[in-house]
Design a protein around this ligand. Structure first.
Ligand code: PXG
Length: 290
């Protein structure tokens, strides 16, 4: 496997960063998770824009133009001859000393991993997920806003551990004041009276690219979709629930907090959105030659 590391393609065994890298010492950095489907990179521009906005928010200057970042991604995909891939782009503050001061880090570290995708078991898409609300709250916007896709995922990992400890498949996090936010690596939607409802970015969630794609599909099909504050009452009384994310795509939720949704079966609206999403991943994207 070839890894892009600071402008060079290197073997996986040589892809090493310093233990003084602030990405490791402090989680000081940003990343993206992107997918390609049969030589089409899904919503690449959106991912690149989010990466550069995340970096801007933490005052990290990425020493590569967006165009050259795209070239580096494509180069990495080609070096690994991958048509279908999971692409992880990471930019850290770089190597510094043991202090927090980002000014000590002169050169950001950039690496790109392109790997085959570890898909969720297909049966979960047919059966639907069983998820739980956890006690770990989503970070507040006024601290490290969840809008930044930063290397600090401990909040989400704490939530994931809570779900694992009760043998649940995913954790739903609420805001500090009890509104529905998102899961550990996915946004959440409900279907209610044929409308799609999802929490607004302002409550403290990652502005998901897949979430955006669902809004676009809804608009094309004249399905009403809106971002509104939701509570657990809304989830418990929803007609359908599903999650969205680059890794999961669209996946049905059939149980939450031991309460069945849609009699424990993936709903019709969810299933048709899943089908449409898979269709657009085959035609809509940034084309490259593997
Ligand atoms: N919320 C959070 C906290 C995320 O980390 C999403 C929502 C969905 O966003 P996108 O843009 O992907 O629709 C994410 C994204 C992984 C993995 O390896 C996780 C994500 C993306 C890709 C891979 O678990 N999370």
């Amino acid at each position: 496997m070839k890894i892009y590391l600071n402008g060079k393609l290197v073997d996986k065994k040589d892809a090493k960063v310093s233990i003084f890298d602030h990405g490791l010492l402090y989680g000081d950095g940003v990343f993206e998770g992107i997918r390609s489907y049969n030589c089409l990179i899904f919503r690449l521009k959106d991912h690149i824009n989010r990466l550069y906005r995340s970096a801007q928010a933490i005052m990290l200057d990425i020493p590569l133009s967006k165009e050259n970042m795209i070239k580096a991604i494509v180069k990495t995909l080609r070096a690994n001859k991958l048509k279908d891939a999971y692409i992880r782009v990471v930019v850290t503050r770089g190597e510094g000393d043991l202090g927090l001061d980002p000014r000590k880090c002169k050169h950001p570290t950039i690496f790109i991993i392109a790997d085959s995708i570890a898909l969720y078991p297909q049966e979960l898409y047919k059966k639907g997920l069983d998820i739980v609300t956890v006690a770990t709250r989503r970070n507040i916007n006024e601290a490290l806003t969840p809008q930044i896709k930063s290397l600090n995922y401990l909040n989400n990992i704490m939530a994931k551990i809570e779900a694992i400890n009760v043998k649940s498949e995913e954790a739903l996090m609420l805001s500090y004041d009890g509104y529905v936010c998102e899961c550990t690596g996915d946004n959440i939607f409900i279907v209610k009276d044929s409308e799609l409802l999802t929490p607004p970015i302002s409550i403290g969630i990652l502005p998901g690219i897949t979430r955006g794609a669902v809004f676009d599909i809804a608009a094309k099909r004249n399905i009403n979709a809106k971002a509104v504050l939701l509570t657990r009452y809304d989830l418990y009384t929803a007609d359908e629930i599903f999650l969205t994310g680059t890794a999961a795509e669209i996946i049905p939720v059939v149980k939450i907090d031991a309460r069945s949704i849609n009699k424990g079966k993936p709903g019709k609206v969810t299933l048709s959105l899943m089908e449409e999403f898979r269709r657009i991943t085959k035609i809509d994207g940034y084309r490259y030659n593997a």
